[in-house]
Every structure is written in C-alpha cells, then in structure tokens.
Design a protein around this ligand. Structure first.
Ligand SMILES: Cc1cc2nc3c(=O)[nH]c(=O)nc-3n(C[C@H](O)[C@H](O)[C@H](O)COP(=O)(O)OP(=O)(O)OC[C@H]3O[C@@H](n4cnc5c(N)ncnc54)[C@H](O)[C@@H]3O)c2cc1C
Length: 380
C-alpha cells in the first residue's frame, strides 16, 4: 500500500488549514459558549468546494476522492470539532445518500445546491426510542395515491432545525420485518415538517443537533429515493462512508490535542525543567503519537478501499472505532499534561476533551462498531 499524498491533496489540506485558522479559530470558544451554529461559515466552505468534496463535478461538486475528503475534515477538526462534525454530516450523510441513491432528476435538482453550500443538508435515521436499534424505527410513511404521508419524530439530527433539506428514513412496512424502510427527500418548508428541540450538548456545541418532527407531512412519490423497502440497506451503506468521516473527525481532534500538548510540554517549566523532560509526560506523548499514527493508517486503508469501490464495512468500522477511542484517550492525556490550565476554558484542550467523546457515539457507538467488526471477521 502506498499512501503518499498527491500534490492536489496537499493543496486541499493547505486550503482547509488556512480557512480554519482564519475563519474558524478566532470564534471557536464564542460559538462553543453560545451554541451558535455559524451558517455563514458553511456557505464560505461551500465556495471552496468543501461542502461537496465527493460530489461529481457534473453536479457542481469538487469531484474529489476520500484522501482529499480526509484532509478537509481532519484540518477543520484540528481547530474545531463542531465545524468538522457539521461538514462531515453534510458531506457524507445527506449529500452522500443523494449522490449514491437518488434518481438522475433528484441529483440534478439537489446536488449542486448542497455541494456549493447554498443549502445545508440533514439526515434522519435516529429516533427517541431507536438509536443503535435503528431498524426498529417508528416514524412511518404511508402511501396515499401518488403521495406519502410522514408521521413521527427523528432526534439527534445534525442540522435538524437549520437544514434546508433532509433525507429521512421512514418505516413503510411492518415493524421488525426486513425491507420495511424507505428513504425520502423532504425540503424545509414542506407543510407538516418542522425542526423541534435543539439539544444542549456536552461538546460539539457549535454543530446544531435537533429534533425533526413530521406531522401528517405530505410529499410526492417523486421525493422517494430508490425502491420501496430499500431505505435501511441504503442507510447502512451511507454509514460505511459516514464512519470514515467520523474517524477523520476523531483523527483531527486527536492531532489538535496532541500538537497543543507537545508545544505546552516544552514551554511549561516545573522543578526548573520543561515538563517534557519528565518521563511521565514524554511517555504520554509517545503513546499519543503512536496511537494517532496507527489510527491514521487504518483511516487511509479505509479511504483507499472506498476510492476503489470495494467493500469497506469492516475497515470503516475499525477506523471509526479505533480513531474515536484514540481521540478520547489523547484528549484525556492532553488535559492531564496541561493539568490545572487544561481544566480551564483559556486553553484549548478541555474543548477537545468534550468534543472527542461524540466520536465514540455518533454514527454507531464503539460497541456497535465492535458488533460490525466481529460479524465481518467471523464471516472471513
Ligand atoms: C451530536 C450528535 C449528532 C448526531 N447526528 C445524527 C444525525 O445527523 N442523524 C442521525 O440519524 N443520528 C444522529 N445522531 C444519533 C446517533 O447516531 C446515536 O446517538 C447513536 O447511534 C447511538 O444511539 P443512542 O444514543 O440511542 O444510544 P442507544 O442505542 O440507546 O445505546 C445506549 C448504550 O447501549 C449500547 N448498546 C446498544 N445496543 C447494543 C448492543 N446490541 N450490544 C451492545 N451494546 C449496545 C450502546 O453502545 C450504548 O453504550 C447524533 C448523535 C449525537 C450525539
């Protein structure tokens, strides 16, 4: 395997890095404190092609591959996990689902708006009573002539209130039967569809997470994506790509926390020595560096498989599981290295610590990733 990055990938990395330093870093703590979801930032990222990294150029996207996508999410997450999460969810869930499964007409209608950041996308699978057990959803779509009527609630949805368009997976068959779900595209402003409660979160506070409520929401059958009954299978495929996104998000957070710790350990003196000279600290840095490197290799392998359109279920779950756990551990060690200062909001590591935890939860918990991985290895 050769993961040497191309010149184009490095140019994209520089663009994402410069954008994050100039337009995100100065506001990170204000957005975090106030839970502001800074819509204008996503519009600007759209102008740079970063809201449609994987969307083919013919639909207004950047037409890039997973290596380029990785560096975009990673560089943004190094500076702010929340913005990284929103960019990841927009690209890989909503936009990814439409790119992969929509009809030609639907792609023409929606993809360029999403890829340019003119519209922000949401993707609704999770419900109040069904998270890991998403196949047991209660939100229903019932056929009525040439229309469908959607009823139910999706929760924990990234951009559930501010999204201009949502992909929503609804139950169209009997509970607990296979092939009982179908995916639909619902535009903001459709009667019977509204955003609900916005969550007040531990971390990722500038990424909007909210309910989506459907109350006799009538949509045309032309808004259905793919065949009736294919929705859950489509969602699992979308999540394969989504898990690579969350792995990249975790990698960025881990690198941000590590880089801050490395610098601080050389600047902070105790007992007349930089704290990096104490083995207790330098070994932490050694563990952090090693685990980040290992996580990155798993992610690169998953990106490579995805670029080659090969089955990525096992590698995406491994990359997501490992990188998420590494991010939590590295952020925890970072707070320990900063100690008292790390426990304050004047230094960046407390935010990495809060943000990192989401990576072990969103798009399938670490426990669910282990179920996916064990199922795959037992099949081998
Ligand atoms: C910030 C944020 C953004 C999100 N964005 C979106 C989004 O855009 N769209 C969307 O659809 N969803 C979204 N989610 C939802 C997310 O995907 C779910 O929270 C996640 O899948 C876990 O579901 P749950 O929270 O209901 O936990 P539960 O499923 O209730 O799990 C609770 C605990 O039980 C464990 N558990 C459950 N089942 C098993 C099992 N079979 N074996 C072993 N352990 C098990 C879990 O690992 C966990 O530790 C988001 C969540 C957050 C926090």
């Amino acid at each position: 395997m050769n993961f040497e990055t191309s010149e184009v990938t490095e140019q994209i990395r520089d663009a994402a890095k410069n954008f994050a330093e100039q337009h995100i870093r100065p506001h990170v703590m204000t957005w975090d404190e106030t839970q502001e979801f800074p819509v204008r930032v996503f519009k600007e990222l759209g102008k740079l092609g970063m809201m449609g990294v994987l969307v083919p150029e013919e639909y207004g996207g950047a037409g890039m591959g997973y290596f380029e996508y990785k560096v975009v999410i990673e560089e943004i997450a190094k500076v702010c996990g929340s913005i990284g999460l929103s960019v990841a969810a927009h690209n890989s869930l909503c936009t990814g689902h439409i790119t992969t499964f929509a009809s030609e007409h639907q792609k023409q209608k929606y993809l360029s708006k999403l890829a340019t950041g003119e519209w922000i996308g949401a993707w609704g699978l999770t419900e109040p009573n069904t998270g890991s057990d998403a196949g047991n959803m209660r939100c229903t779509a019932t056929k009525d002539g040439n229309d469908w009527i959607i009823n139910g609630t999706k929760n924990w949805i990234t951009h559930g209130k501010s999204g201009d368009l949502a992909v929503v997976i609804c139950r169209t068959g009997e509970p607990r039967t296979s092939g009982n779900a179908t995916a639909f595209i619902v535009e903001k402003g459709t009667p019977g569809f509204r955003g609900g409660k916005k969550e007040n979160k531990l971390g990722m506070r500038a990424s909007e997470t909210a309910e989506m409520i459907f109350d006799n929401c009538r949509i045309s059958d032309t808004q259905r994506m793919g065949a009736i009954g294919e929705g859950f299978r489509q969602a699992l495929k979308v999540l394969d790509g989504g898990r690579i996104s969350i792995a990249c998000l975790a990698l960025g957070i881990a690198k941000g926390a590590y880089q801050a710790s490395l610098k601080y350990s050389k600047e902070r003196y105790q007992f007349d020595k930089p704290i990096s000279s104490f083995q207790a600290i330098s070994f932490k840095l050694a563990d952090m560096a090693t685990e980040i490197e290992a996580a990155e290799l798993l992610i690169l392998e998953a990106c490579d498989l995805k670029n080659r359109h090969e089955n990525v279920t096992k590698l995406a779950a491994m990359a997501k599981y490992y990188a998420a756990e590494v991010a939590v551990k590295v952020a925890n060690d970072a707070v320990q290295i900063f100690a008292g200062y790390g426990y304050t909001k004047d230094f960046p590591v407390e935010k990495y610590y809060r943000d990192a935890k989401l990576c072990t939860i969103g798009e399938g918990t670490s426990e669910i990733q282990k179920i996916v991985i064990s199922r795959e290895v037992l099949r081998d």
